[in-house]
Design a protein around this ligand. Structure first.
Ligand code: SF4
Length: 442
C-alpha cells in the first residue's frame, strides 16, 4: 500500500528555484502550472535584485496540455529577456510541462545567441525533491553557462587556475534556513587559513563568481550528499579537485577537524592553520568556561537529546552535542529522503562519536512515526528535541525543550545568523539554553 507522507520537510524539485533566486542577477523562468510557484515560494528573501514573488511563468493551462506548451514558453522567454534586467535566466520545468512532453531544452537553445544567457534544467516534482533539484540546477548552470563560447574565451584570456581560490558549497539555499550565514562563516574560516573562498550565493557574489568556479584551484562541498553531482562536474570537466566533506562543522571539535582536513587537501600553510585553530579554540572555550555554571546545570538542561532533521543537521548537531557538550543521543531521525547509496555512510558517520558513544539512526519521512517514537523514549529528564516546526507541538505536548534548525521554520526569522563553525556552535548553544531557561519557573 502506498505510504502517506505525513508532515513534509522538503518540497518538490521545482522549489529549487530558490537556488536560482539566491544568485544575484539570476532569475528563474518557470514552465509550470500557475499554482506550482505560488505554493512553493516561501518568500524567504532573495539575493537582492528581485522580489522572490517576481518571476516569469508560462502558467500552463488546459490549452497547453492539449496542444503543447512550447510556443507559450518561447513567448515567455522572449518577453522576459525584454522586460527583466537579469544577468542569467534559468528555465525550469514542472510536472505538467514534462508530462505533456514539452522540450524545454530545444526552446531554451533557440535563445543561445541572446546577449543574456538562457539556461534550462528539468525539475519536475515527480522526479525528486528540492535537495536533488538544487544539484540539477547547479549542474545545468555549470554545464551550460561555463561552456558558452564567450565565457570560455574570457576564461582562456584571463589565464588558468587562480592560485588559492576555493569553491565552497554547503546547504541548499533557503531549504537550509542557515544557508547564508553558514556559508559566510565558512568563507571567513577559509580566508583565515590563507585561501580565497569563492561562493556564488548571496550579497556581492553571483555571475562573476560562477565564471571563476571553473578557474578555482579546489572545490569544497560540505554536505553529506546534496550537491555532489554538480561539484563532481566541476572536477571532471574543469579539473577542479573536489574535497567532499560530509560533516557541516559545528563547534570546536568538528571545526578543528574540518580545518585540518582542508589543510591536508589543499596544502595550505600548516603553521597558519594550527595558529588559527589555537586562537579560535581558545576563544570558543573562553565562552564555554565563562558560562560553565549554566552549561553544566542539569536543572536547566537534561543530558539526552534527539534530532529530527535532514542528513546535514542530524549529523552536525549530533556530533556537536556529543563531542563538545557531553550530551547523549537517543535515536535520531533523518528526514531528507537521502539516497540509499549514501545511507550507510551517513549512519556510520553519525555513530562515529567521541568516547565510543553510539547513536541509533533511522531514515524516515514519516513525521507521525517519528513523534510516536520520541513520545515513547525515556530521556531520563526533560527531553531536548532539535528539529523543525513540526516538532514544536510535540515538544509542548511532552514538555520538551525544542529548537528549530530546519525546514519548515515558521516561528523564527533567520536573516544571516549561522550555526556552523566555532561561533556557530555558540549560537546554537544560545538557542538551546534560551529554550530551556525560558521554561524556568522564577
Ligand atoms: S510536484 Fe509538480 S505540480 Fe506539484 S508543485 Fe511541484 S512541479 Fe508543480
Amino acid at each position: 500500500m502506498a505510504k502517506i507522507l505525513d508532515q513534509p520537510r522538503y518540497k518538490c524539485a521545482l522549489a529549487a528555484m530558490q537556488t536560482v533566486q539566491s544568485i544575484t542577477g539570476a532569475i528563474p523562468v518557470l514552465h509550470s502550472g500557475p499554482g506550482c510557484a505560488s505554493k512553493l515560494n516561501d518568500n524567504n528573501g532573495t539575493s537582492g535584485r528581485y522580489s522572490p514573488n517576481i518571476f516569469p511563468c508560462t502558467s500552463i493551462s488546459e490549452k497547453e496540455v492539449v496542444f503543447g506548451g512550447a510556443e507559450k514558453l518561447r513567448s515567455t522567454i522572449h518577453n522576459a529577456l525584454r522586460v527583466i534586467d537579469a544577468d542569467l535566466f534559468v528555465v525550469l520545468s514542472g510536472c505538467t510541462g514534462e508530462i505533456i512532453g514539452d522540450d524545454i531544452k530545444e526552446v531554451a537553445q533557440e535563445f543561445e545567441d541572446e546577449e543574456k544567457p538562457v539556461i534550462w534544467a528539468k525539475t519536475p516534482g515527480f522526479k525528486g525533491n528540492n535537495y536533488v533539484g538544487h544539484d540539477w540546477i547547479l549542474k545545468s548552470i555549470f554545464e551550460q553557462y561555463l561552456n558558452r563560447p564567450e565565457v570560455r574565451d574570457e576564461r582562456e584570456e584571463a589565464g588558468g587556475t587562480i592560485k588559492g581560490l576555493v569553491n565552497i558549497f554547503a546547504g541548499p539555499p533557503q531549504q537550509d534556513p542557515y544557508w547564508l550565514g553558514n556559508l559566510r562563516e565558512i568563507e571567513s574560516l577559509i580566508s583565515a587559513i590563507g585561501l580565497k573562498p569563492n561562493t556564488i550565493f548571496g550579497f556581492g557574489r553571483g555571475i562573476e563568481n560562477i565564471k571563476n568556479a571553473a578557474r578555482a584551484e579546489f572545490t569544497i562541498l560540505i554536505s553529506p550528499w546534496v550537491g555532489l553531482e554538480s561539484a563532481k562536474y566541476l572536477e571532471t570537466k574543469f579539473k577542479v579537485p573536489l574535497l567532499h566533506y560530509p560533516i557541516l562543522p559545528i563547534g570546536a571539535t568538528e571545526t578543528t577537524k574540518f580545518l585540518r582536513a582542508v589543510q591536508e587537501f589543499t596544502g595550505a600553510d600548516k603553521d597558519l592553520v594550527e595558529k588559527v585553530i589555537t586562537e579560535k579554540e581558545a576563544e570558543f572555550y573562553y565562552y564555554i568556561e565563562r558560562f560553565a555554571d549554566t552549561l553544566l546545570e542539569t536543572r536547566i538542561l537534561g543530558k539526552r537529546f534527539t534530532v529530527a532533521s535532514d542528513s546535514q543537521y542530524t549529523m552536525a548537531v549530533t556530533k556537536f552535542l556529543v563531542n563538545d557538550m557531553g550530551l547523549f543521543p537517543e535515536k535520531v531521525f533523518i528526514t531528507d529522503d537521502a539516497p540509499e547509496a549514501f545511507r550507510t555512510q551517513i549512519a556510520n558517520e553519525i555513530s562515529n562519536l567521541n568516547y565510543g558513544i553510539q547513536a541509533e539512526v533511522q531514515f524516515t519521512t514519516d513525521g507521525h512515526d517519528i513523534h510516536e517514537q520520541i513520545k515513547k523514549t525515556d530521556f531520563a529528564g526533560t527531553p531536548l528535541i532539535i528539529g523543525s516546526n513540526w516538532e514544536k507541538k510535540l515538544a509542548a505536548e511532552i514538555g520538551a525543550h525544542y529548537v528549530n534548525v530546519s525546514y519548515p521554520m515558521l516561528e523564527k526569522l533567520v536573516i544571516n545568523d549561522h550555526i556552523a563553525g566555532y561561533s556557530g556552535g555558540l549560537h546554537l548553544l544560545e538557542q538551546i539554553f534560551s529554550a530551556a531557561m525560558s521554561k524556568l519557573k522564577l
